[in-house]
Design a binder for this molecule. Structure first.
Ligand SMILES: [Zn+2]
Length: 615
């Protein structure tokens, strides 16, 4: 299916819309200030003006600026003045042969494409292309697009079918970008090059996800883009296999990916530790981008379920509610700074920068600042993920159920308007209307979330005679078939808080439960539970969770969940002990309070627990 344009959809939901607004008002302006003060923009200006104060930062910082540019482009006219100035600086340094990178110039010019495993040259080129596509699609401005096409032409000459280089970049990302460039320009060479580079990147290692989480998910997303454009059935089967691997053994309950710090890796199946999680913010962004592509390719509802899981939890948790600070790694449990970062030692030079990641607090800037602009770009492009139009027939798809309205184009070229109202995911009532511009027949495919229970979903379509109930199975799309004129329906979902468990194969969560309310995962924080050792606490399964809506001075409106809990009366106790009934029963009753995980860590540094034991 095809998505709707980012600027053709307005989000008005209580979760993503305020985060997108904070990104626009605070996140993007402050981030450009940081990129300026760390010399990332000056790296371009010094080459353009030939006034050379020396290059600053690591060799791949160009990509951080490109990601900021893409986010600013998706935001639209509001960011245009500062974006235009940055575009000027970037296009001014392109070499006559199309090459554009502020590291491999001057005395390093001879090293171009000689260290592809670590140089990130194609990765940076990919982010330039993505920014260029966004800038052209949103503002109609060709300058950056023309620069990206010239660079792509050089890559075609060197890496393409007749080129002299048969390698690829150690950090994928350019594959997605090349396919987007092909879509934007209509030049199919870029899709061919994307396929070629992706094949070189992983060869026959594509049965399971492996290695660096962000690189792996970017590559999978790029392959999915190629499958969409080429209709290659074998490639589709490959990416569906990888997708199943992601869903069945590699995803945190928050939608985060990548349990292992070592190598920033996806780890082994079920390797999803809570306090020791890596779950890089960029991996959450990558999971969202891949989910959207898998959804476009297959229409599978589990793609939309993961897209929602990531967008309601891991992505907004990566940035502060105010929009100015970011996580790189995203823990699901934290002992509030009682230990140093266990993965970084004072003897390890490379790990020095990681030392100040503990205790877990969001930061304005990182020496490798890949995550902050990435989080902003996915928040800014999010409106384009809400709806889709089927590749055939007259069908429109509603993926995200938060309030939004937008216009798109059906497969036969007819315009279509969709409007979703309600307070989802804070409340479960969703009102939906859709109409084709010619008032002709229209099928509306409404997502019924996989987190719902069959008896708790009610879908009714409005019409003559007072409307009719429609069969709605969780984890599928329900079809509303309209024979002409607007289609209107109401969906009722039960979003009262529930307890969820994980597979017993996920060793760290064995015997544990987490709180989820609709698609929103909850977090227990020290600030809401003073005096309680949360990392030793259990949830009392006999008491149904309660909830209350409060106005928090920092978090704004928040739905808090209350559960009955137990904590060991004498503290955590010895490391090992003989199991006796006394020891099991010796637990004091407490009341535990939780807030949405995406809002955790905004009220000072404190303890965090998502998974608690069962009492
Ligand atoms: Zn990152």
């Amino acid at each position: 299916m095809h998505g709707f344009g980012v600027d053709d959809v307005a989000l008005d939901d209580p979760l993503l819309a305020p985060r997108r607004a904070a990104s626009a008002a605070v996140g993007l302006p402050r981030l450009l200030d940081e990129l300026e003060s760390h010399g990332v923009v000056d790296n371009f200006r010094r080459l353009g003006a030939r006034a050379d104060p020396g290059r600053r930062g690591l060799w791949f910082t160009d990509s951080d600026l490109y990601k900021w540019m893409e986010a600013a482009a998706w935001l639209g006219p509001e960011a245009a003045p500062r974006l235009t100035a940055v575009v000027d600086a970037v296009v001014a340094v392109q070499r006559p042969d199309g090459y554009l990178n502020t590291w491999y110039v001057d005395e390093r010019a001879g090293q171009r494409f000689t260290d592809l495993g670590g140089s990130h040259e194609l990765y940076c080129a990919g982010h330039l292309m993505q920014a260029a596509v966004a800038h052209h699609r949103m503002a109609g401005d060709r300058r950056l697009l023309d620069a990206a096409v010239r660079f792509a032409g050089l890559l075609w000459d060197r890496f393409g079918p007749g080129g002299d280089l048969d390698a690829t970049d150690g950090h994928p990302g350019v594959e997605m970008a090349l396919v987007e460039l092909a879509r934007e320009t209509g030049d199919g060479r870029w899709t061919v090059l994307a396929r070629l580079l992706a094949d070189r990147a992983f060869g026959d290692r594509l049965e399971r996800l492996s290695g660096h989480a962000v690189r792996m998910l970017y590559l999978a997303a790029g392959l999915t883009d190629v499958a969409i454009e080429t209709g290659d059935a074998g490639l589709r089967a490959t990416v569906e296999g990888l997708w199943d691997d992601l869903l069945t053994t590699r995803t945190y309950v928050t939608g985060g990916v990548g349990g292992r710090w070592l190598g920033e890796s996806v780890g082994r199946p079920y390797e999803l530790p809570n306090e020791a999680s890596y779950a890089e913010s960029c991996a959450a962004v990558a999971a969202a981008l891949w989910a959207a592509r898998m959804l476009a390719l297959t229409g599978r509802a589990d793609c939309a379920d993961l897209l929602e899981r990531v967008l309601c939890n891991a992505v907004p948790a990566a940035v502060s509610v105010a929009g100015d600070r970011y996580f790189y790694a995203n823990p699901l449990a934290s002992a509030a700074g009682r230990e140093a970062n266990p993965w970084a030692s004072p003897w390890d030079f490379q790990a020095q920068a990681l030392l100040d990641w503990y205790p877990a607090t969001r930061k304005v800037w990182f020496p490798v600042t890949c995550c902050p602009p990435n989080v902003n770009r996915v928040l800014q492009l999010a409106p384009g993920l809400a709806f889709g139009a089927g590749a055939q027939g007259r069908e429109v798809w509603v993926h995200l159920l938060g309030a939004a309205s937008g216009t798109g184009t059906l497969a036969d070229g007819t315009g279509v308007r969709v409007s979703v109202e309600g307070g989802y995911p804070v409340d479960g009532k969703v009102r939906l209307t859709a109409a084709a511009a010619d008032d002709g027949p229209l099928t509306v495919r409404v997502r019924i979330p996989g987190w719902a229970q069959p008896g708790e979903v009610m879908l009714s379509v409005a019409g003559a005679g007072g409307g009719a109930r429609i069969r709605a199975e969780p984890g599928t799309y329900a079809d509303l078939v309209g024979r002409g004129g607007p289609v209107a329906a109401e969906l009722h979902l039960d979003v009262r808080p529930v307890l969820v468990a994980s597979s017993p194969r996920l060793a760290e969560n064995r015997g544990s439960v987490a709180v989820q309310r609709g698609p929103v995962v909850y977090a227990f924080e020290g600030v809401d539970n003073p005096g309680v050792d949360l990392l030793s606490a259990s949830i009392d399964l006999r008491r149904a969770p309660g909830e209350e809506r409060v106005d928090d001075p920092v978090l704004g409106p928040v739905t808090r969940v209350r559960v009955g809990g137990r904590v060991p009366a004498g503290g955590p106790g010895p490391l090992y002990r003989r199991l006796t009934d006394d020891a099991v029963d010796e637990r004091a009753a407490v009341e535990l309070v939780a807030v949405p995980y995406h809002q955790w860590g905004n009220r000072g540094t404190g303890t965090l627990a998502v998974w608690l034991g069962r009492a």
